[in-house]
Design a binder for this molecule. Structure first.
Ligand SMILES: *[C@@H]1O[C@H](CO)[C@@H](O)[C@H](O)[C@H]1NC(C)=O
Ligand SMILES: *[C@@H]1O[C@H](CO)[C@@H](O)[C@H](O)[C@H]1NC(C)=O
Ligand SMILES: *[C@@H]1O[C@H](CO)[C@@H](O)[C@H](O)[C@H]1NC(C)=O
Ligand SMILES: *[C@@H]1O[C@H](CO)[C@@H](O)[C@H](O)[C@H]1NC(C)=O
Ligand SMILES: *[C@@H]1O[C@H](CO)[C@@H](O)[C@H](O)[C@H]1NC(C)=O
Ligand SMILES: *[C@@H]1O[C@H](CO)[C@@H](O)[C@H](O)[C@H]1NC(C)=O
Ligand SMILES: *[C@@H]1O[C@H](CO)[C@@H](O)[C@H](O)[C@H]1NC(C)=O
Ligand SMILES: *[C@@H]1O[C@H](CO)[C@@H](O)[C@H](O)[C@H]1NC(C)=O
Ligand SMILES: *[C@@H]1O[C@H](CO)[C@@H](O)[C@H](O)[C@H]1NC(C)=O
Ligand SMILES: *[C@@H]1O[C@H](CO)[C@@H](O)[C@H](O)[C@H]1NC(C)=O
Ligand SMILES: *[C@@H]1O[C@H](CO)[C@@H](O)[C@H](O)[C@H]1NC(C)=O
Ligand SMILES: *[C@@H]1O[C@H](CO)[C@@H](O)[C@H](O)[C@H]1NC(C)=O
Length: 416
């Protein structure tokens, strides 16, 4: 039996401020001697239902930045399958077992173990000891020699728990030290152009907002591809508008929250026709998907998803729509909108944008190209022009009337 060397590198998203729930992106490496066989960078939120003296309760655990690779991880071979075991907290673990058929590899099996004796995580739990649950419906499939990538949040149901992965980059059956630059992108990150976006509803009478914040601050967010050149460039001020069940008020409320640029990190990836921008504050993850239509040389924002774990929420909030059509513009131009725009994702979530300029695709030297302005900006520009033209016209009419009047009266005096 080969000796197994395990290494773990940890990359935490820096969390600032008073956010109650944080989400780390954690790196796991499984090695056999000097040979790296599995590498994974991911975030995971695990929601678990358990029985307590006061009935069924739900607990949400974020996979912490301190999670480590378990000693029972395997590179496999000789009848055993490659397995990544992620250990965290007081005896909890999440394991992924892989299988392959030479052209594809997949997660064959996800096993969640949690320790009900850990009363700080599971207060007043009826049972004690380790509970183990597994599922073979994980839905993680990739081509051999490619990195599985899934920025979007994707939930996996396992027994009485749900494991929601996000920001995943993972490869098994590796042939080198590092993740392959060739990627298999999950379906959720790919645009689906099946149905047109639902028209924004104008009749929704939402519950009153408890604390309307001021205008959001503009942030600069960009994505670079593997050779270091900028492939998505944006500057925008963002405001999230979320309807969710408030634990403290025991009713559904509408919360409007500004995204603070100085607490936000950006990441993402680009290929020829899809560009993904992910903004993360730890408590809030926003993912933008831009799609290029090569037939018409036009791009648009086709997908928007959010995962938020805010302090007053009963469960993490998720919303997603991959059939949007916003920011439509020409390849090689940027899209600009200084006016407020509301991007409706579903009945519970919309994103308000201000002072926005975005450009996916066709960037040269990391700079915005010539801008195409949104309809609202053009109308706003038109109003001062119309008012100005009207005033100038009025002045002219008065002047002409005066001159004519003077001439007439002059002529009049002479005839008398
Ligand atoms: C493979 O497993 C068999 C039986 O479990 C064992 O005898 C053999 O030594 C193993 N081979 C290697 C290379 O570990
Ligand atoms: C691992 O790499 C080191 C340095 O490159 C080398 O000395 C060592 O023999 C290698 N071990 C194995 C098991 O290949
Ligand atoms: C898991 O997800 C299912 C379907 O979305 C939901 O019905 C269930 O309540 C969730 N369970 C937990 C523990 O979050
Ligand atoms: C949990 O324990 C309490 C008190 O011991 C009991 O009343 C309740 O029925 C138990 N609940 C379950 C689901 O076992
Ligand atoms: C489960 O939690 C208890 C209490 O925190 C701890 O004593 C025990 O070692 C844990 N079990 C495992 C397998 O780590
Ligand atoms: C591998 O599995 C996939 C799906 O299960 C299948 O479509 C493909 O043909 C298989 N490839 C080989 C070489 O068996
Ligand atoms: C994967 O890469 C290895 C080593 O480069 C190669 O031997 C193998 O044929 C590749 N497999 C596929 C399916 O491309
Ligand atoms: C799932 O994986 C666990 C270990 O991670 C293993 O004990 C179990 O037998 C596997 N189940 C299936 C159905 O493959
Ligand atoms: C990536 O894919 C291309 C085309 O399939 C191939 O030529 C290249 O070798 C692959 N790179 C790696 C590192 O596997
Ligand atoms: C954003 O970028 C613009 C242009 O490059 C620059 O003027 C501005 O200071 C930047 N803002 C921040 C907050 O970095
Ligand atoms: C972030 O910016 C806000 C104002 O935009 C400021 O009040 C806050 O102190 C800043 N926080 C940090 C950590 O810089
Ligand atoms: C481009 O847009 C046209 C019209 O909306 C559509 O019919 C076509 O399928 C699109 N092509 C791609 C590659 O998305």
């Amino acid at each position: 039996m080969n000796q197994i060397h395990l290494g773990v590198g940890i990359a935490c998203v820096v969390i600032l401020g008073c956010l109650a729930v944080t989400q780390a992106q954690v790196t796991f490496v499984v090695k056999d001697g000097n040979f790296t066989c599995i590498k994974a960078e991911l975030s995971a939120a695990i929601s678990i239902n358990y029985d307590s003296a006061t009935g069924t309760r739900m607990k949400v655990v974020q996979l912490p930045g301190t999670a480590t690779v378990g000693r029972n991880s395997l590179c496999g071979g000789n009848g055993s399958a490659p397995t990544l075991v992620m250990l965290f907290g007081d005896g909890h673990s999440l394991s992924l077992t892989f299988s392959t058929n030479d052209s594809l590899y997949s997660v064959a099996n996800l096993t969640l173990q949690y320790n009900l004796s850990d009363t700080s995580t599971f207060p007043e739990a009826n049972g004690t000891g380790l509970i183990s649950m597994e599922t073979t419906s994980v839905g993680i499939v990739a081509r051999v020699n490619t990195t599985y990538r899934c920025v979007s949040a994707s939930p996996v149901n396992v027994g009485r728990a749900n494991v929601t992965f996000s920001n995943v980059k993972m490869e098994a059956y590796m042939t080198g030290e590092d993740l392959s630059p060739n990627e298999s992108v999950c379906p959720a990150d790919q645009s689906t152009t099946t149905a047109p976006a639902p028209p924004p509803s104008t009749t929704t009478s939402a519950p009153p907002t408890p604390n309307p914040p001021g205008n959001p601050t503009q942030g600069n967010y960009s994505v670079s591809n593997s050779n270091g050149s900028v492939c998505v460039l944006t500057r925008m001020a963002l405001q999230l508008n979320v309807s969710h069940f408030s634990v403290s008020q025991k009713k559904t409320i509408q919360e409007v929250v500004n995204l603070q640029p100085n607490q936000t990190t950006s990441s993402g990836s680009c290929d020829a026709t899809n560009a993904n921008l992910m903004l993360s504050t730890g408590a809030t993850n926003l993912s933008f998907l831009f799609t290029l239509n090569t037939t018409f040389n036009r791009y648009h924002l086709s997908g928007l998803s959010v995962v938020a774990s805010w302090p007053d929420m009963e469960a993490p909030f998720m919303a997603k729509n991959n059939s949007l059509n916003y920011f439509s513009s020409t390849l090689g131009r940027s899209y600009m909108c200084s006016s407020e725009e509301t991007l409706t994702v579903d009945q519970n979530f919309s994103l308000n944008t201000f002072q926005l300029q975005v450009q996916p695709f066709g960037l040269t030297a990391g700079q915005f190209s010539q801008a195409e302005e949104c309809q609202q900006d053009q109308e706003n520009m038109l109003i001062p022009i119309i008012v100005g033209a009207a005033l100038a016209g009025l002045v002219l009419i008065v002047l002409v009337a005066y001159l004519i009047g003077r001439k007439r009266s002059h002529a009049g005096y002479q005839t008398i």
